[in-house]
Each structure stands twice: as structure tokens, then as C-alpha cells.
Design a protein around this ligand. Structure first.
Ligand code: ADP
Ligand code: ZN
Length: 749
């Protein structure tokens, strides 16, 4: 927005500057405002919108970095300058959003067909509150001699001495140090002796030391680490898959790449699939680098967020570990992004702005010419195909670290060795748990299902308790004494009479949830010390930390948990893992059901035998012949994925083709169905393009909205976004019906 680029007459006409400002609202692009001085893109400003005032960001007039296919059609008409509203304020003390972050925001929006303002909102979650965000201001001595006219009272002298000795300070700090009042300090400022400065955040980070406590790597580890370090030292975009069995030391190995990046003075972002894992991770990081990294997730307090945000923007904070939203932090010099457990579905943001954290990590790194390390024991098909095509590099760790060996996996055929009616643990599994307890070792029971029972049935009339707002069963949570829908927030107290026929005490729980397994284990092993780990009982990182501490200090014999126990935990005395229902997750016919089950079970199996004692894994299954079970028993992940690939390739299913889900929803079923049919009629056609549906979604009713799904599938060489844009831009916006787009869907519900 250089002033002299305007023709002379318009300069006269336009007393001021036209600014593009992106605001956190669902518009197609930035809005135009007026400012009396030019402001660089990235500057955060307050602007009026209707009767509100918002924080927005001065935006680039053209998103030139986007591939042409991606670019939204138009940005609407240009308003006459005279009609533009002026910006209200400039947030002088908030660091501007860097170029690459703005590009990233445009990219994420264009890829997922989201409104750029809503993507910006993720990045602004902190400075958006800047209205209430008072930067911590302090005072410094203005350079130069004291003015001759200054009356140097003892109080004033004391303030100047405090400054000289203690460096810059806030009014409160200086007053405390000097004994002078705030008025004295203000007086000095008015006299031109002091000037204002931005105080560094109090948690101003020390420096991580790349050489603090490096491990001695095995030959295999050293080789992989060397390759990762080389990737960082290239200072150019590159992606490496670090594949290694559970316990092979993947973390230690990628820490070497982190060290290399620190030596370059660049920043590192490490993404974890679950925030509960951060505590164990930060401990490990501290042992290796002598300092705690910054943590970023939704549960941080506002003050910590603000400080962390600024420290990252100013480059003071070198390492951040966090959830996928950390991708939107304003890094000053990002050099490396690590995506740990890259195959995890939790990387997909399923609400609001949809994006896949792993894929967007790659985009983010490309924009800063940084390196990416994807880490997994069971990489996703997407990543494996990228390795095969030579787009990603590949480093493999074959062996567990030290003397630990891979656990022995066996299958309990539940058709033959099932438990008694109403119970869920096979006698074979119970015997093994007993034996481990006698030997003083720990065991874990895994069931990926929260609550007591997934369904409640009336014995008298056959009625099943259902959510009134969703097509889903109400799940009993006995400890919390409620029935809960796992798809919306609806809960109700436990009831004793059937809500349909009124029969008393006729309701029976069907099937097990993790609470029910806990109950059964309690009855079966009355002397065992049990610990439950489920996402709804261990809600905070602190609660998780406490659980982990108990396990590590051997206060627990048997851990019973949902998928949170499957994650990257390292419990050396845990030697037995029992999977209560290995078949769970195979049903449903979702594209990735088998892949996902395989990954989850492999990961939970990997918790066993990580120390010196050998581990054992028992899978309770009714489907011993299923390829997933066979692959797990043979520990042959590669052939399994090859079979999977062979199934997906011919029909160009991802990753061999592209997929976008279009979800039509409305308060009335007919409205949803009609719009879905209309969309299908106008669906894009052509060679290599296919539209499947519409069909009622598996979750046909969600939060009182009826849902229909369509799937757009294209060959890999055809970009989805322009097709989607053309298709949906023409769609009628009818009554309360809504169209949501999910590019690269993970959930098919
Ligand atoms: P993974 O992430 O592959 O499951 P980890 O990185 O958690 O494996 O390593 C498993 C355990 O082995 C951890 O306790 C880790 O500290 C230890 N370990 C791995 N490699 C080394 C090494 N070279 N020196 C010392 N300890 C190591
Ligand atoms: Zn519901």
C-alpha cells in the first residue's frame, strides 16, 4: 500500500489509505477499511463491523502464493474509498502475524473451502482478546544527558538508581525497588527522563541446550538420527517418515533433529495427538535439553497463552509442543515440525474449520522452507504412498532399544474360550493377569469404549434408550449416574423404569464399556490395585500426570482404559496387555476401519514389555481369521498394508484418489433430502470424477438436524477444490438447510 504508487489525483482524493483487513467472521475474504497511515500486512487492528468492534489482521491484497486452482473466485466488489469506515486502533504491542502464517491461513482456507476469517480466528484466539490484553509496559532511562531543568529530588534519584541497577521495570517494580511513589515515576516520564518499553514476559524462556544430556544412540538409531539432522541442515523443505517399532527410541532419535534445529537458532514445533501426553513428553524433553518447552493446547490459561504467543512471535521461545492448533502460532523462525504418531485420527479437526493437522504441518513447513518429521510405528497409508512415490524420505528403526524385545501376541478365540454370560473377560486372560500379579508385574486391559454399557435395553418391551437429538444410543455412565449421548452434549439421570412401556427395573445394560470391565476386574481380582484411564475420567493433563506417576511408582497392578492408554506411554513394568474386544472398530465399513484397528491394536500392544521383562499381548476376538488379526499375530504390518493398498487402488480410493464429503443437514428430514438430491443432479461430471450418494448419513440425525451425505471422488491428478467450488457455489441456499464440506474426510459418520 505504498502511497506513491497511487496516481496523483487519487492521492488527493483519498486522504488516507485503503486497507484490506481480514476479520474473524465467515466472509469470503478480507474487508476494506480506511486508515490515516499505511500499515504493513500482518498488523493487528481493531475495526468496526456493524455495531461491533473486532480484532482483525491487515491482509495481503492478493493471495499470490496460492495455486490458481485454489483461489476463491472473487473478493466481492470494491467500495468507494469515501464509503470506507476507518479502523479504530492499531494493536501496537502485539507482534504482527508473519507472512508465512498469513499464507498458511489462506492455504488452509482454500484447501478446505473454509472462510479465511474463520481460519484466522484460530490464529487470533489469543490476540483477539487484545482489547483486554494490556501488554506489560515498563520504563527505561531515555538515552542522553538529564535535562538541565530537572530537579533531582532524592525520590527521583532513587528511581534512576533502581533503573541503573535492575534494568527496565514496571511502575510497580520501580516503586517497590526505590521506595518512591508512582507519581514520582510518572513525573520523571513527563519530564522526558524515562521512556516506555515493552517488558519481556515474566516466563521469558531460558535457552534449551542441545548438548545438555545427549543419549548414546545405537548404531541403528545413530544412522536414522544422522539422516534427520541432515534434513534439518538442508534448510529447505523436506519430509521424512521415521518409522520404528514401539519402544525403538523414536523420540530419542528425533530429539537429535530438534537439537540440530536449535543449533541453527530456529524454532521447533512438535505436535502430539493427545494433550494428555504432553506431561510425559515435556519431562523427557527437559531431561534431554535441560529446560521445559512451551506447551500449547486448549486448556491453557489466558495469561500463559498470551505470554507463550508473544514469546513465539518474538522468537524467544524455541520449542513448542502442542495440539494441532499450535500450527497457527506466529513462529518467527520455524525450522522443524515433528508430527508424533502421525497416523492418529485425532489430528483431524472435525468441528468448525476442518483440517488435518498432519497434512497442514507439511504445508506449514513448506512455506518456511522447513523440515518435517512424521513419526509412527504404524504409518498411515497416505504417508506410506508418499514414501513409495519418493516424495517423503524414510528412516526405519527395526529393534526395540536395549534389551527390550517386541511382545508376544496371541489370540483368544472367544467362540471357544469365552467367559460366562454377562462377563467379558476370558478365563485364559484372567489366568494370565493373575500370574503377572503374582510375579509383581503390571497388566493393562484395553477397551475402546467409554462408560458402563453402550446400550440399554428394556427386557419387557425391547425398547432401546436413544438420544432424543441424535440417532445414537444413550450410553450408561454408572459412576457419574447418567446416561449420555456420545455425539451431542445431551445427558439424563439414570432411570429405573422404561421410558417407553413404563415397566419397573426392566432395563438391562447391553455390552461392556470400560467401567463395566473395571467392575468385573474388581470382582475377579479383589486384591488388585486398579486404575481407570479414560478420557472422561482423566480430563486434564494434571490428572493424567497423577495417574502416570502412580503407575510408574508401582502403586497399580491393573490398568483399565480406553484409547488414552494406547498412546505413547512408557511403563517399564507393564508386561501384559489384554485387548477386551479386538474386533471393535472393524465393523461399520468405513474406508479405513481395518487400517485404523490395526494401528490402534498395534499401538496398545506396544505398551507391553518395554523394560527388561518380556511382554505378552492377548487379543480377545471372534474374528481370528480377519486380516487385521493375522497381521497382528504375525507382526506383519507391511503385507497388511499392501493388501489394503491393493483394495483401494483400483477404485481410486484415497490415497490413490481424492475424496470430499458433502454433508447436507436440515431440521426437517425432507429439506435435507431434497437439497441433497438437487445437489446430486448438478454434480460435477467427467472422466475420473464420480459422485456417490446422496444417502442418509450413518448418523442420520445429529443435534436435531437430519443429515445426508454425498461423496465426491476424483482421480489423484484432478484437483477437488475448483470442482467443489463450482458445484456448491451454484447450490440454492434454502431455508434452514446447510451444506458442509469435508475435504479428505476421516469420519464417514
Ligand atoms: P518409541 O517412541 O519408539 O516408542 P521411545 O523413544 O519412547 O520409543 O523409547 C523407549 C524407551 O527407551 C524410552 O524410555 C527411551 O528413553 C529409551 N531409549 C531409547 N533409545 C535410547 C538410547 N539411545 N539411550 C537411552 N535410552 C533410550
Ligand atoms: Zn445426542
Amino acid at each position: 500500500m505504498a502511497e506513491n504508487s497511487l496516481p496523483p489525483h487519487s492521492r488527493r482524493m483519498e486522504a488516507g489509505h485503503r486497507l484490506s483487513v481480514l476479520v474473524p467472521r465467515p466472509f469470503d475474504g478480507p474487508l476494506d477499511y480506511r486508515s490515516d497511515r499505511p500499515l504493513a500486512p500482518g498488523t493487528l487492528v481493531r475495526v468496526p463491523l456493524g455495531r461491533q468492534e473486532l480484532t482483525g489482521c491487515v491482509w495481503d491484497s492478493e493471495p499470490a502464493h496460492l495455486p490458481a486452482d485454489f483461489r476463491p473466485a472473487s473478493r466481492g466488489k470494491t467500495f468507494a474509498f469515501a464509503k470506507l469506515r476507518p479502523i479504530t486502533a492499531v494493536l501496537e504491542h502485539v507482534p504482527p502475524l508473519p507472512d508465512d502464517l498469513r499464507q498458511f491461513i489462506d492455504w488452509v482456507a482454500a484447501y478446505g473451502l473454509s472462510a479465511p476469517g474463520m481460519v484466522l480466528a484460530i490464529a487470533l484466539r489469543v490476540p483477539a482478546q487484545a482489547g483486554s490484553m494490556k501488554p506489560l509496559m515498563g520504563w527505561v532511562r531515555k538515552p542522553g544527558p538529564l535535562p538541565d531543568t530537572l530537579r533531582l529530588t532524592p525520590a527521583r534519584r532513587a528511581v534512576l538508581e533502581a533503573l541503573e541497577q535492575g534494568g527496565p521495570g514496571t511502575t510497580a517494580m520501580l516503586a517497590a525497588q526505590s521506595g518512591a511513589s508512582a507519581a514520582v515515576i510518572r513525573g520523571l516520564a513527563n519530564a522526558g527522563v524515562l521512556e516506555e518499553c515493552l517488558m519481556e514476559a515474566s516466563s521469558s524462556a531460558g535457552q534449551a541446550d542441545p548438548d545438555h544430556a545427549p543419549p548414546t544412540l545405537s548404531a541403528e538409531q545413530a544412522e536414522a538420527a544422522g539422516a534427520l539432522v541432515a534434513g534439518v541442515e538442508e534448510r529447505a523443505f523436506n519430509v521424512t517418515l521415521l518409522e520404528g517399532v514401539t519402544g525403538s527410541g523414536k523420540t530419542e532419535v528425533y530429539f537429535e533433529a530438534v537439537a540440530a534445529c536449535l543449533r541453527q537458532g530456529r524454532q521447533v514445533l512438535v505436535l502430539l495427538p493427545e494433550i494428555v501426553l504432553t506431561a510425559q513428553w515435556t519431562d523427557r524433553f527437559e531431561r534431554r535439553f535441560g529446560i521445559r518447552p512451551a506447551v500449547w493446547h486448549s486448556e491453557l490459561g489466558q495469561k500463559t497463552r498470551r505470554e507463550t504467543w508473544c514469546a513465539i512471535a518474538e522468537g524467544r521461545q524455541q520449542v513448542v509442543v502442542g495440539a494441532r492448533s499450535a500450527l497457527f502460532l506466529p513462529f518467527a523462525r520455524l525450522g522443524l515440525v515433528v508430527v508424533d504418531e502421525e497416523h492418529e485420527n485425532t489430528y483431524k479437526q472435525e468441528e468448525g474449520v476442518l483440517y488435518h493437522g498432519r497434512d497442514m504441518a507439511i504445508v506449514r513447513a513448506r512455506l518456511v522452507q522447513g523440515a518435517v518429521i512424521l513419526v509412527s510405528a504404524t504409518p498411515s497409508m497416505e504417508t506410506l504412498v508418499n514414501v513409495q512415490k519418493g516424495r517423503f524420505r524414510h528412516e526405519v528403526l527395526e529393534a526395540r532399544h536395549g534389551t527390550a524385545r517386541m511382545p508376544e501376541i496371541s489370540l483368544i478365540d472367544m467362540k471357544e474360550h469365552g467367559p460366562e454370560r454377562g462377563q467379558f473377560l476370558s478365563p485364559l486372560l484372567c489366568e494370565s493377569i493373575e500370574a503377572r500379579m503374582k510375579a509383581g508385574e503390571q497388566s493393562m486391559l484395553f477397551l475402546n469404549r467409554r462408560g458402563y454399557a453402550p446400550m440399554t435395553l428394556c427386557r419387557a418391551c425391547g425398547h432401546r434408550l436413544q438420544c432424543p437429538h441424535c440417532s445414537a444410543w444413550m450410553v450408561e455412565h454408572r459412576r457419574r449416574r447418567i446416561l449420555a449421548c456420545h455425539h451431542c452434549e445431551y445427558t439424563q439421570p439414570l432411570i429405573s423404569a422404561c421410558s417407553s412401556c413404563g415397566a419397573q427395573d426392566s432395563l438391562v445394560p447391553i455390552g461392556p464399556g470400560v467401567e463395566r470391565i473395571h467392575e468385573e476386574a474388581q470382582a475377579r481380582f479383589p486384591d488388585a490395585r486398579l486404575l481407570s484411564m479414560a478420557s472422561d475420567t482423566l480430563t486434564s493433563p494434571t490428572a493424567m500426570e497423577e495417574a502416570v506417576r502412580k503407575i510408574a511408582s508401582r502403586e497399580v497392578d491393573l490398568i483399565i482404559g480406553t484409547q488414552v492408554v494406547a498412546k505413547g506411554w512408557h511403563f517399564p513394568d507393564l508386561t501384559l496387555v489384554g485387548v477386551v474386544d479386538a474386533d471393535l472398530g472393524l465393523g461399520g465399513g468405513d474406508l479405513r476401519a481395518a487400517e485404523r484397528t490395526m494401528q490402534l491394536l498395534h499401538q496398545v500392544a506396544g505398551r507391553a514389555g518395554r523394560g527388561t521383562k518380556p511382554g505378552q499381548v492377548m487379543l480377545q476376538s471372534y474374528a481370528g481369521d480377519h486380516p487385521v488379526m493375522k497381521a497382528l499375530l504375525a507382526n506383519d504390518f507391511i503385507s497388511f498394508m499392501e493388501q489394503e493398498a491393493a483394495q483401494r487402488r483400483p477404485g481410486f480410493w484415497p490415497p490413490y484418489g481424492r475424496l470430499a464429503a458433502v454433508i447436507v443437514s436440515a431440521p426437517k428430514e425432507r429439506q435435507a433430502e431434497e437439497l441433497a438430491r438437487l445437489l446430486a443432479m448438478h454434480a460435477p461430471r467427467g472422466e475420473g470424477i464420480q459422485v456417490l450418494g446422496p444417502a442418509p448419513a450413518p448418523l442420520a440425525l445429529l443435534r436435531d438436524r437430519y443429515r445426508y451425505r454425498l461423496l465426491l471422488r476424483t482421480r489423484r491428478d484432478i484437483a477437488l477444490q475448483p470442482l467443489l467450488r463450482r458445484w456448491l457455489d451454484g447450490a440454492p441456499r434454502k431455508n434452514d438447510a446447510r451444506i458442509d464440506v469435508d475435504v479428505d474426510p476421516v469420519s464417514f459418520m
